[in-house]
Write a protein that binds this ligand. Structure first.
Ligand SMILES: [Zn+2]
Length: 158
């Protein structure tokens, strides 16, 4: 088990605090659906930062992790998805403030992939179709990047 040295707040030059001493990453897990691709969203538990909103599973990177490794580890911890059941695609930078960055890792879920609320940071999970507005209160960062992510997933799914 590698050491977990990424947990902590960064006082960023933008004036905000961000979670993740070495930045953070999230997994945009998608699967084909009858009406086009669907993305897995996590309803964040009320007690976590920005709790009660919907986001993609993810969290702080450790110093030895690239965004892909961090996103896969966090997704395994939070929603139970196994790395061998996903096919990692492109990485998109969501935020880069110099002092802190957040990257999205796109990945296709294989038919064998199973997800469940695997820890207490996860209140609920849902597969959300990309064909229309999600109709859920999105985490502010995800709301800002949503259209780009939809475009990126749509591009790889045709
Ligand atoms: Zn910042």
């Amino acid at each position: 088990m590698a050491s977990r040295d990424g947990d902590g707040w960064v006082a960023c030059r933008c004036g905000a605090r961000h979670w993740g001493l070495h930045g953070a990453a999230g997994l945009v897990l998608w699967r084909p659906g009858a009406d086009g691709p669907q993305v897995l969203l996590q309803h964040r538990a009320g007690w976590v930062h920005d709790g009660g909103t919907w986001a993609v599973p993810g969290g702080a990177r450790d110093s030895h992790e690239d965004p892909v490794r961090a996103a896969l580890r966090e997704a395994a911890e939070e929603v139970g998805v196994r790395a061998q059941d996903v096919e990692v695609g492109a990485t998109l930078t969501g935020t880069d403030h110099g002092d802190w960055r957040y990257d999205y890792v796109l990945a296709e879920a294989s038919p064998a992939a199973e997800v469940h609320a695997a820890n207490d940071e996860t209140a609920d999970l849902g597969w959300v179709g990309l064909a229309e507005e999600p109709g859920l209160p999105l985490h502010a960062g995800l709301a800002r990047d949503w259209d780009r992510l939809v475009a990126a997933v749509t591009a790889v799914t045709g």
